[in-house]
Design a protein around this ligand. Structure first.
Ligand SMILES: *[C@@H]1O[C@H](CO)[C@@H](O)[C@H](O)[C@H]1NC(C)=O
Ligand SMILES: *[C@@H]1O[C@H](CO)[C@@H](O)[C@H](O)[C@H]1NC(C)=O
Ligand SMILES: *[C@@H]1O[C@H](CO)[C@@H](O)[C@H](O)[C@H]1NC(C)=O
Length: 180
C-alpha cells in the first residue's frame, strides 16, 4: 500500500544529523545552561513511504474518511542521516508511531525514539513526543533520553526539504537542542 507522503513527512523528525555541540547555533564546543550541557544536533530524517521492500513506514489503520488524515496510524523505522542525500552517512533510526490526530487539519501526533547508531552519540537515544504538521517549521519536545542523553530535555525544529526522490522519499532537516 502506498504510504501518503504528507503523512510520512510528519514522521520525519530527523534530518541531517551532523552532530555538533554548541551553546547556541554557530558557537563552538559544548555550552552550559544552569550547569547542564546543551548540545545542538543537526541531521536529516529520511522516510521511504513507497510501501515497497525498502519502505520504512507501514500504515496500520485507515483514515476515518477520504481526504483526511484523522485515524491513520503508521509505524516507522526511518533513517537519520548526515545529509539530505540518501547516500550520506547513517547516524541512527527514528522508530515509533505517527497518528492522524486532528479533525481540522493534517496534524499528526508523533511518538518517536531517535536511536543513534553512529557518530559521537552511538548507543544513546532521544525520546520525542509532539505535534507535527508538514509544510510548517515543526517544534516538538524532547522528553527524555538514554546514554549520553540520560535525563534529557529539549526541543527539535524540523522542516521539509527538497527530496531527490519525491515520489518515495520524504526528507526533513532537523535541529535538536538538548539539555542533558
Ligand atoms: C524506496 O523504496 C523503493 C521500494 O522499496 C525503492 O525502489 C526506492 O529506491 C527507495 N528509495 C530510496 C531513496 O531508498
Ligand atoms: C474521495 O472523495 C471524493 C470527493 O468526495 C470522491 O470523488 C472520491 O471518489 C473519493 N475517493 C475515494 C477513494 O473514496
Ligand atoms: C556503535 O556502537 C556499537 C556498540 O558498541 C558498535 O558495535 C558499532 O560498531 C558502533 N558503530 C559505529 C558506526 O561506530
Amino acid at each position: 500500500m502506498a504510504h501518503n507522503p504528507c503523512h510520512g513527512a510528519m514522521l520525519l523528525l530527523f534530518s541531517n544529523l551532523v552532530f555538533s555541540t554548541a551553546a547556541a547555533a554557530g558557537d563552538a564546543g559544548v555550552g552550559y545552561s544552569a550547569g547542564r550541557p546543551t548540545t545542538h544536533l543537526h541531521f536529516y530524517f529520511h522516510e521511504n513511504f513507497s510501501g515497497g521492500p525498502d519502505g520504512t513506514a507501514v500504515q496500520v489503520s485507515a483514515a476515518r474518511s477520504n481526504g483526511s488524515f484523522f485515524g491513520i496510524v503508521n509505524v516507522v523505522d526511518d533513517m537519520l542521516r548526515e545529509g539530505a542525500d540518501p547516500a550520506s552517512r547513517l547516524l541512527g533510526r527514528a522508530q515509533g508511531l505517527t497518528v492522524g490526530a486532528s479533525l481540522s487539519d493534517g496534524a499528526l501526533l508523533t511518538v518517536l525514539d531517535f536511536v543513534f547508531t553512529g557518530g559521537p552519540y552511538n548507543g544513546s537515544s532521544l525520546a520525542l513526543l509532539g505535534r507535527a504538521l508538514l509544510g510548517t517549521v515543526m517544534e516538538r519536545p524532547i522528553v527524555g533520553g538514554t546514554g549520553a542523553f540520560r535525563m534529557a530535555r529539549g526541543y527539535t525544529l524540523s522542516k521539509m526539504v527538497a527530496s531527490p526522490e519525491p515520489n518515495s522519499l520524504l526528507v526533513l532537516e532537523y535541529d535538536a537542542y538538548v539539555w542533558h
